[in-house]
Design a binder for this molecule. Structure first.
Ligand code: NDP
Length: 284
């Protein structure tokens, strides 16, 4: 039997209704949630992502401010904008769209965001909260994946999770969140000698690499939950993930599609984090 589809788009629609309702209640109480988005340069993919985030805010009754800066904007100017958003009490969250132009130091810029407004969860402070399991913002993509896993109704405790990819924003934090839920976690990366031997042991397989068709059907344990984080553009311009979808679907128990899987959930978690931040403003 082919795998059940982990429909991130449908789950996102449901969750966004709840987020919008909470945002409306907060606005009625005088605290309308607000997100500031900073876009530096003219990377076409980043422009699409930012437009989607701003539109999602409007649909969820969250105010947004889009700060578009030229490619050659100096670090001082970027830091000054972040400083203004940090000081503005109407701003609950600040998102700096990555990647940044090469002359800018991403670490310095992300660290300038106030910890109470780090709704993207990318500051060292937020990473520390993930490691220690304490209160703080969780990065949006891993948070969205956890929500998708919860939607399967499958137990995570004691299951073997393989995370392919070890980036700061996706691979490492999703591994730690799975660990927090008592999964046994293995990280794989570009230096892993026999990737297939590892992935075949996975009850839960997270592919977060950015290479089309990296995960083939023979690399997947029958019945596994397969979450495809990758976003790749094919020759015909269409998007695909890291997983050979149609073939893996015949083996896996659950599989998330690309598009319509992790992507919409990532934006949904950004909205959720922004609303949580506004709730903290109302009742710290
Ligand atoms: P990075 O480029 O930061 O990390 C990629 C990881 O993949 C690295 O850890 C790298 O290993 C590993 N890797 C590269 N080649 C291989 C290989 N052949 N075998 C095993 N591992 C390999 O990417 P991100 O984590 O930021 O993003 C990963 C993918 O997810 C991208 O396609 C990105 O567009 C997508 N993405 C999607 C999101 C969504 O909302 N759907 C959100 C964020 C990202 P090493 O560390 O050794 O170099």
């Amino acid at each position: 039997m082919p795998a059940k589809i982990l429909d991130g788009a449908a789950l996102a629609r449901t969750l966004r209704q709840g987020i919008a309702a909470t945002a409306r209640q907060l606005a009625d109480a005088g605290v309308r949630p607000g997100l500031a988005v900073i876009l530096i340069g003219s990377d076409p993919a980043s422009q699409v992502y930012v437009r989607n985030k701003v539109r999602a805010c409007a649909e969820a009754h969250i105010e947004s401010w889009l700060c578009e800066l030229a490619e050659d904007t100096s670090e001082e100017v970027v830091l000054a904008h972040i400083g203004q958003f940090n000081a503005n009490p109407a701003v609950d969250g600040i998102l700096v769209q990555l990647p940044l132009p090469p002359h800018l130091d991403a670490m310095r810029i992300l660290e300038a965001v106030d910890a109470s407004k780090d709704v993207d969860g990318l500051k060292v402070h937020s990473a520390g909260a993930v490691v220690t399991g304490t209160a703080g913002f969780r990065p949006c993509t891993p948070l969205g994946i956890m929500s998708m896993l919860k939607a399967t109704g499958e137990a995570l405790a004691g299951r073997h999770a393989i995370v392919v990819g070890r980036s700061v924003s996706v691979g490492k934090p999703i591994g730690l969140l799975l660990l927090e839920h008592d999964a046994t976690v293995t990280f794989c990366h570009s230096k892993t000698p026999d990737l297939a031997a590892e992935t075949r042991r996975a009850d839960i397989l997270i592919a977060a690499v950015g290479r089309a068709n990296l995960i083939t059907a023979d690399m997947v344990k029958p019945g596994a939950i397969v979450i495809d984080v990758g976003i790749n553009r094919k020759g015909d311009g269409k998007l695909c993930g890291d997983v050979e979808f149609e073939a893996v679907r015949q083996v896996a128990g659950w599989i998330s599609p690309v598009p319509g899987g992790v992507g919409p959930m990532t934006i949904t978690m950004l909205l959720q984090n922004t609303v949580h931040s506004a709730q903290m403003r109302l009742a710290p």
